[in-house]
Ligand binder design. Structure first.
Ligand code: SF4
Length: 464
């Protein structure tokens, strides 16, 4: 996927100015996800679960080579083809060869952020393959030609009215069609696609090293259809998705679903261990299973001692749902497939800080993301790390750097700090709104007007 993160501020401003309905739709949907998450964890020892999940993922990542080779052996024993893709171009080459060899004309796709990351749809379409996104949210954004706005709910930035208008125009449904009627219209089209497809493409929520099992969580049943009806199934799995043991899987399935939507577990969980059909000794299922283990920047990030923890992410979206910054714009402002707090710390590691700057600054550092993360990714700490690097690399604006230098000087010189504090307390709004360093902050609020003694005066009196 192309990266447009350098335009974050411009894109965020445009969304807030031109499509105010986005803020409303995203805030309502993320609040609802977050409320369900709270209820799901209310009666559990969430802290113990998070400690455990953090430990398992960290262990798996620090023994990645061993577990990946184990998973590869198990998969091959069961008749799967395993491919290693170091880059997005490698994924393209593998898919291109498959399309040519198998004469693929139609593909059905399950929701997969990795497939967005490596640009699967444009590649297949360039090869003359008709691609159908089969998750309802993904289907909606495919009709719109947009990337996903959220890891779990790709179309959460759209209202019901938006979808009614879209389906009426593209699928001929009534302009006041109910959600059930809209889903029915999409289902009618997708059923045909499932039956006619030569190729099914999925991601993989987890890959179990011990058994070579790929686990997929969903709510609509489309992943099961995409992975079992077409003749060939390709699973694109990020190498960080590894879990050591099958016994780890059931808890991770629950932790991920509860953190994402508050469900005890996804409505459908598919566990795939090899091809089906005559090759796999099964009555149905695909004749061929190709598992593509994708790196695309992950080993580079893993080798970064200050930033690797972002790879523990299970893509539950809980940090997006609670983030006051993400809620204002949804995911499109971030200009890359991963948005919100996790996007701000994983995108610089997977792509580069230069291309994804200023995402690490798209945060108020309130810390809510770290409190909800089921695998304890220290997101605020990682944001600081990337910010420090951005300053060191000269990516921040000269004005911002000068202001921070000025602030540093004031904060370490008590007399100067005292003078500024007193001056600010009497500075008229008309002047503060014209000063470059205060203009934005004071646009919607006044400077605090202290009437009594300052904190430092109270502190001094208290200790004398
Ligand atoms: S960083 Fe944590 S909360 Fe955010 S998507 Fe990843 S696992 Fe979920």
């Amino acid at each position: 996927m192309e990266v447009h993160s350098r335009d974050y501020a411009k894109r965020a401003r445009a969304i807030l100015r031109d499509t105010p309905g986005v803020r409303e739709a995203v805030t309502a949907a993320t609040r609802s996800f977050d409320d369900h998450r709270r209820s799901a964890f209310a009666e559990l020892d969430g802290e113990a679960l998070r400690d455990w999940a953090e430990g398992v993922k960290s262990h798996a990542l620090t023994h990645l080579d061993r577990y990946l080779e184990q998973a590869e052996s198990r998969l091959m024993e069961r008749g799967a083809h395993v491919h290693w893709a170091e880059t997005a171009e490698d994924v393209h080459r593998i898919l291109r060869e498959l399309v040519e060899r198998e004469g693929v004309r139609r593909a059905v796709k399950a929701k997969s952020m990795l497939s967005e990351e490596v640009g699967v749809n444009p590649l297949l379409e360039a090869e003359g393959v008709e691609v159908f996104e089969t998750d309802l949210g993904e289907y909606i954004i495919q009709l719109l030609g947009e990337p996903p706005s959220h890891i779990v709910g790709p179309a959460i930035h759209r209202s019901l009215e938006d979808t009614q208008a879209l389906f009426s125009e593209r699928l001929g449904t009534a302009t006041d069609a109910s959600p059930e009627e809209l889903a029915g219209a999409a289902r009618g089209i997708l059923r045909e696609a499932f039956l006619a497809a030569d190729l099914g493409i999925s991601g993989g929520n987890f890959l179990v090293a011990e058994t070579g099992s790929i686990a997929l969580i969903e709510n609509e049943g489309n992943i099961r259809m995409s992975t079992s009806l077409p003749r060939v199934h390709v699973a694109l799995v990020g190498i960080e998705k590894i879990l050591p043991r099958l016994a780890d899987l059931s808890t991770f399935l629950q932790v991920t679903s509860k953190s994402a939507t508050g469900q005890p577990v996804g409505t459908f969980v598919s566990i795939i261990q090899g091809p089906g059909g005559s090759r796999g000794g099964e009555p149905d299922g695909p004749e061929e299973l190709h598992v593509v283990l994708v790196d695309n920047g992950r080993t580079r990030l893993l080798a970064d001692p200050e930033a690797w923890e972002a790879l523990r992410c299970v893509r539950c979206g809980a940090c997006l749902n609670i983030c006051p910054v993400y809620r204002q714009t949804g995911g499109h402002a971030y200009g890359y497939v991963y948005s919100g707090p996790i996007g701000a710390v994983i995108s610089p590691g997977l792509v580069s800080l230069e291309e994804t700057f200023p995402l690490p600054f798209a945060s108020s550092l309130c810390g809510a993301c770290a409190e909800v993360c089921p695998v304890r990714i220290p997101i605020p700490h990682l944001l600081h790390t990337w910010r420090e690097r951005a300053v060191e690399q000269g990516l921040t604006e000269g004005t911002a750097r000068s202001l921070m230098k000025g602030w540093s000087r004031a904060a370490t010189h008590p007399r100067l700090f005292d003078w500024i504090e007193r001056a600010m307390a009497v500075l008229p709004d008309g002047i503060s709104r014209r000063l470059p360093m205060l203009r934005d902050w004071t646009r919607g609020r006044s400077l605090p007007r202290a009437t009594g003694p300052t904190f430092r005066e109270i502190w001094k009196d208290g200790i004398e």
